[in-house]
Design a protein around this ligand. Sequence first.
Ligand SMILES: [Zn+2]
Length: 92
Amino acid sequence: MVVRMRRNTSQTAKRRSHHAISAVRTSKCECGASRASHRACPECGRYRGRIVIDIVARKQRDERRNKRRQTELRESGQATESAKEEKATSSS
Ligand SMILES: [Zn+2]
């Protein structure tokens, strides 16, 4: 970089003074769950009264994926924390 373009620490700090991350704003969904505003509800899959996510299909897909991942891990001989938790929850 050319010396003429070089920024000192004060200039860098002034630029970065606007880089702070604000907290995620939450609003209440019509189903009662709290969700991030301008995002579809993860509980019922609705956004502004319209269904935009097929929750049932997504859940089935995730379960299938998790099951396959667990079997793959077991075959490779690695026991995971989530697998232990799953066993604990299934036994109770
Ligand atoms: Zn909802």
